[in-house]
Design a protein around this ligand. Structure first.
Ligand code: RIB
Ligand code: CA
Length: 316
C-alpha cells in the first residue's frame, strides 16, 4: 500500500481527496497551508474532517502566507470558512504543533524512497521543506500535485489558483530535480460531482454522507454560478488517482516552466507538449528536458464514481 502525505487547503475538493486517499492508501499525515481560506480555517477544516470520518491521521499546520508575494486571497468558491455548506463537527483533536514543512521532512526520512508527497493547495510548505532539507527529492518516492493547466486557467486567463497563489513555491517544486506528477485544470474539470452523486452521498443516511453531500452540493452550486461548470470539480482527487486507479488517468513527460516575471501570465504553467519527429537544431535547443509528468487524459466520470464509492464506505 503506497505511503502518502497530503498537503492541502481544505477546501471542498481537498476533503473528498483526503477521504479517497485514506480509504485506499497509507495516509501517514496531513499538512495544511493557506489557500482556499486563511491557514487557521484550512487547519480547522482538516481537523473537523478527520473527526467526522474518524481518521487517525496527525495534522500539522504550515505556512499562513506565500513565500514572497503578499497573500492574494481570491477564492470565493469555498466560502468564508473554506468549507461552507455543511455543519462540520467540532474537532476532537488538535494539530501536532510541528510545522508542516518539518512533518514532510520527518515522514520522508522515516521511510526513504517510499513516501509520495501529494500537494493539493499552494505549495508553500513543500517549497519550505525543499529548502530546509535539500536531500528531500531523493528521500521521496514522488511528488504529485493538483495545479496548473495545459489550457486555460481559473484565477487568470492562464493561471490556476494553487500555483498562482504562490508561484515562487511552485517554481521551486518544478525545479527540485525529481519529476512532478501534475493534474491540471485541463483534466480535473472533467471530474464533476453532480446531483446524482450528491443523492448517493445523502443516501447513506450516515454522518459522512450527509456532510459530504451537503458540501459538494454547495460546491457544485458555486462552481456552476461562477464558472458555468456542470458540477463540483474533484480537482484534488485527480492528484491521488494515479496511486489508486492509474488506469483512469494518462500522463506525458514534458518540461513545465512556472512563469514568475510577466505580470499578465505570472503563475502560469508553460507546458512544452511539442513533439519533434526529427528535431531541427533550433527547436531541439529550445526544448528543455522533462521535469514533470503532465496529465493529458482522464476518465472523469469513473474518477467521480470511485471517489464517491470511497466516501460512502465511511458510513457502511
Ligand atoms: O484550482 C483548483 C485548486 O484550488 C484546488 O486545489 C482547490 O481546492 C483550490 O485549492
Ligand atoms: Ca485544494
Amino acid at each position: 500500500m503506497t505511503r502518502v502525505l497530503i498537503d492541502c487547503d481544505p477546501g471542498h475538493d481537498d476533503a473528498m481527496a483526503i477521504l479517497y486517499a485514506a480509504k485506499h492508501l497509507d495516509l501517514c499525515a496531513i499538512t495544511t497551508v493557506h489557500g482556499n481560506a486563511p491557514l487557521e480555517h484550512t487547519t480547522r477544516n482538516a481537523l473537523s474532517l478527520c473527526t467526522l470520518a474518524g481518521l487517525n491521521v496527525p495534522v500539522s499546520a504550515g505556512a499562513d502566507r506565500p513565500l514572497v508575494q503578499p497573500q492574494l486571497q481570491k477564492q470565493t468558491l469555498h466560502g468564508k470558512s473554506g468549507i461552507d455548506g455543511a455543519e462540520m463537527p467540532e474537532p476532537d483533536r488538535d494539530v501536532t504543533g510541528e510545522h508542516a514543512a518539518l512533518t514532510i521532512i520527518r515522514e520522508a526520512k522515516r521511510s526513504p524512497g517510499e513516501l509520495v508527497l501529494i500537494a493539493v493547495g499552494p505549495m508553500t510548505n513543500v517549497a519550505l521543506a525543499l529548502r530546509l532539507e535539500p536531500k528531500l527529492p531523493e528521500l521521496l518516492k514522488g511528488i504529485s500535485i493538483m495545479g496548473g493547466s495545459t489550457t486555460a486557467g481559473n484565477v487568470t486567463p492562464t493561471a490556476e489558483f494553487n500555483l498562482w497563489a504562490d508561484p515562487e513555491a511552485a517554481a521551486a517544486v518544478f525545479d527540485c530535480g525529481i519529476p512532478v506528477m501534475m493534474a491540471g485544470l485541463n483534466v480535473t474539470r472533467q471530474a464533476l460531482i453532480g446531483a446524482p452523486h450528491v443523492a448517493r452521498l445523502h443516501g447513506t443516511g450516515g454522518p459522512v454522507g450527509k456532510v459530504m453531500g451537503d458540501l459538494q452540493d454547495f460546491y457544485a452550486t458555486r462552481s456552476s454560478a461562477v464558472y458555468g461548470l456542470a458540477g463540483a470539480p474533484m480537482h484534488d482527487a485527480c492528484a491521488v488517482v494515479p496511486f489508486v486507479h492509474p488506469e483512469l488517468i494518462k500522463h506525458r513527460a514534458c518540461h513545465v516552466h512556472m512563469e514568475l516575471a510577466s505580470p499578465q501570465v505570472r503563475g502560469t504553467t508553460v507546458c512544452d507538449l511539442r513533439v519533434f519527429k526529427s528535431a531541427p537544431a533550433a527547436a531541439a535547443r529550445t526544448q528543455l528536458p522533462a521535469n514533470a509528468l503532465v496529465a493529458l487524459e482522464i476518465d472523469g466520470a469513473a474518477v467521480v464514481d470511485v471517489v464517491v464509492d470511497a466516501v460512502l464506505s465511511y458510513d457502511a
